[in-house]
Design a protein around this ligand. Structure first.
Ligand SMILES: Cc1ncc(COP(=O)(O)O)c(C=O)c1O
Length: 440
């Protein structure tokens, strides 16, 4: 079967999705109401409903879903606890602008229990907003103007943070940058301590913050080394630069998030996705002296007062869903996610070896990336060696065998998934490789 055959087969089983792609494309770029769209060729998958770890498209095709609401639904779709919390809150009102009793304080407390570095928190409705605001807080706190991120780090759609975000081509500067955006950004090579040291020491007087994902997400679910993460903590502390962990994706990586895994305490953390139980909730938080700038009652008089608004930031509906989600993420649940994740990565690597092809898996806990390269993928440069076209083709072919993830080959395991589901995925993957002649 060629890729063309896969597309033909895809089209055959998706008349409604195909028609909907056409209809939606008239007024929606990519036929998608938001975000980047997913499958777009030969048609988008329009999802009718989800339950547990499955979704059904408009044509009634069922998929084991590792895309899971763009990495938000780690507890599965229609999770009874989250649904009950949402329904209860809907009956009272979705948002009031004014705070609602208990919810904000309760979720902030739950976050602080899991991530002790987050002493105070401000909720937003997207990870983009959380990252943008955390950088502004850092600039205000330090009086410096620049921020650093890692090449390949994805932090949402704020101007300068879209540079080298693993979706764009590495050397492209996305169109539409305002004056100074590019100049305000310092790029750091992931996992290269010597190079980072040199750059940070050169820029230290202007650098307000280093923002990075301890485990790179969009860039293929690649964990940075413990040594590198520790180095980042030490060098930022030495030069009075704020260390910001982007844990928008990794907050459910064990009870303590990625910072618990690495045993490193950042100054600020941004969070989102799973934290909102499938609703638009994100947050930035951390040291009380920094976050205190948002509270004129406690702020250090030498620091500027900050006013950062967000109409839907921390709306009761989302907080209620978030509380229900975070409460369910117990150590036992994390252990289950770790176990199915390890099982999946082992299975993928075994498949690569069995057929002597350059298929490999990266990641940890419930986060898995697949790559197609002889080079061992350990960081962004080695991630760039992977053949993205092959990965995209594998993902299309895999969808025909009933499993979906991102077209870039990323997978998030969810709590309803069992080892039988992972076996289903692995069998589908093997057949997909065969379908497109990557194995015989
Ligand atoms: C690590 C990371 N940070 C931030 C964001 C942006 O979050 P949002 O899309 O909610 O703005 C994402 C989105 O995928 C992400 O992966």
């Amino acid at each position: 079967m060629s890729m063309k055959d896969v597309m033909v087969e895809f089209s055959k089983r998706g008349p409604k999705c195909r028609a909907e792609t056409e209809r939606a494309s008239e007024h929606l770029p990519l036929g998608s109401p938001g975000g980047l769209g997913m499958f777009v060729l030969p048609h988008e998958l329009f999802i009718e409903r989800g339950e547990g770890c499955h979704v059904w498209d408009a044509d009634g095709n069922k998929y084991l879903d590792f895309f899971c609401g763009d990495w938000t639904a780690a507890l599965g779709y229609c999770n009874p606890g989250i649904m009950a919390a949402i329904n209860e809150q809907v009956a009272k009102g979705t948002t009031f602008g004014l705070p609602s009793v208990d919810l904000g304080a309760e979720l902030a407390g739950l976050i602080n229990e899991r991530l002790p570095s987050v002493e105070m928190v401000r909720f937003t409705s997207s990870g983009t907003e959380a990252n943008q605001n955390s950088l502004r807080m850092a600039r205000a706190f330090t009086g410096r103007k620049k921020s650093a991120k890692l090449s390949g780090g994805y932090h949402g759609s704020t101007d300068e943070l879209t540079i080298q975000n693993a979706i764009n081509k590495p050397d492209d500067i996305p169109a539409g940058m305002p004056i100074g955006a590019q100049e305000s950004l310092v790029l750091l090579p992931p996992n290269d301590i010597a190079a980072c040291k040199e750059i940070i020491e050169r820029e230290k007087d202007d650098l307000a913050a280093v923002l990075f994902e301890p485990v790179m997400g969009v860039a293929g679910f690649i964990p940075n080394t413990h040594e590198y993460v520790q180095f980042m903590r030490e060098i930022t502390e030495k030069y009075g630069i704020l260390l910001i962990f982007d844990e928008v994706v990794t907050i459910p990586m064990g009870v303590g998030g990625a910072q618990g895994y690495y045993g490193v305490k950042p100054d600020l953390t941004t969070m989102g996705k799973v934290m909102g139980g499938g609703t638009p909730l994100a947050a930035y938080g951390g040291r009380k002296d920094v976050m205190g700038m948002l509270d004129f009652r406690i702020k250090d008089p030498k620091l500027p007062a900050m006013m950062i608004g967000s109409t839907y930031g921390g709306m009761p509906l989302c907080l209620a869903a978030g509380i229900a989600a975070m409460k369910q993420l117990t150590p036992e649940v994390h252990a289950h996610l770790d176990k199915t994740g390890d099982y999946m990565r082992d299975g993928i690597n075994t498949l690569g070896k069995k057929h002597n092809v350059p298929l490999q898996a990266t990641g940890l806990s419930q986060f898995t990336g697949i790559h197609w390269t002889e080079t061992e993928v350990v960081d962004y440069p080695s991630f760039l060696m992977s053949d993205r076209n092959v990965i995209r083709n594998i993902m299309y072919a895999l969808a025909l065998h009933g499993s979906i993830g991102t077209p870039m080959g990323q997978f998030l395991n969810t709590t309803p998934m069992t080892s039988a589901d992972i076996d289903f995925f692995l069998n589908g993957l093997e057949q997909a490789l065969r379908d497109i002649d990557l194995i015989s």
